[in-house]
Design a protein. Structure first.
Length: 239
């Protein structure tokens, strides 16, 4: 009973930490980054729309890759996106609608089937707007730990320099708790940002810093997790 209580208290402490970080972002409003600007409407995608990104991850020894996202189908039941990467095998995302992901990733390279659908972008993207979700991966067996939690605050506009050019992008501040808790470690916590440009109808840059802690040691230090950085290198519209 004492062990269960201890674990429960630490789990609640983790939830409290997520809530505190999310509340801080929510309180930022227009201070979440950049200057005021117009809301970003939902885009009209078409087959052949293609975005290529350069990615880096790691500290002393960086992992470097390039990945391409291409829309292969637009149908009444959703949008299909093929993602190919020089650092991993191909994967497929399924969007219920622009910004609403049925099958896809929370960060960059993993693929999950979300229940409910993950709202990656809640259009129109408007400075000061906030949304948050708890979503489950249907491909993971039920467990006593928490689902993915994601909190997004829309900031203002910034000028963002990428290999594809310089963009006027709206800033999204993101806090994520992953669904990777085990009996030996707490769930990975991530904070980061997405720079979204309406001129390419997608992110032009994103970066995250993630960490986790081992269980059983109240003095445990944060262990580094993924810290992916993506920047757009090219964009082209379909025919």
């Amino acid at each position: 009973m004492g062990l269960f209580r201890a674990l429960s208290d630490r789990h609640l402490a983790g939830l409290a930490a997520f809530a505190a970080a999310a509340s801080l972002l929510a309180g930022c409003g227009t201070m979440a980054g950049g200057t005021a600007g117009p809301p970003v409407p939902a885009p009209n995608y078409r087959v052949g729309d293609r975005w290529t990104y350069h990615g880096e991850q790691g500290f002393r020894q960086k992992i470097i890759w390039d990945e391409t996202h291409e829309i292969t189908a637009v149908a009444p039941d959703g949008i299909t996106v093929r993602v190919t990467s020089s650092g991993a095998g191909p994967r497929t995302e399924k969007w219920q609608a622009p910004g609403v992901v049925l099958i896809g990733s929370v960060l960059e390279d993993e693929t999950k089937r979300f229940d409910p659908a993950l709202v990656r972008y809640q259009y129109p993207l408007t400075t000061g707007e906030v949304w948050q979700q708890r979503v489950r991966d249907l491909d993971r067996p039920p467990n006593p730990y928490g689902p993915v939690q994601r909190h997004v605050t829309v900031g203002g506009y910034e000028s963002v320099v990428t290999p594809a050019g310089t963009f006027d992008a709206i800033v999204l501040r993101v806090v994520v708790t992953l669904d990777d808790e085990t009996p030996f470690r707490w769930a990975t916590q991530c904070s980061g940002s997405i720079r979204y440009a309406s001129s390419v109808a997608n992110a032009v840059a994103s970066e995250y810093s993630c960490w986790y802690r081992e269980k059983g040691d109240d003095q445990a230090m944060n262990q580094p997790g993924p810290n992916p950085v993506l920047k757009l290198t090219s964009f082209s519209r379909g025919p």
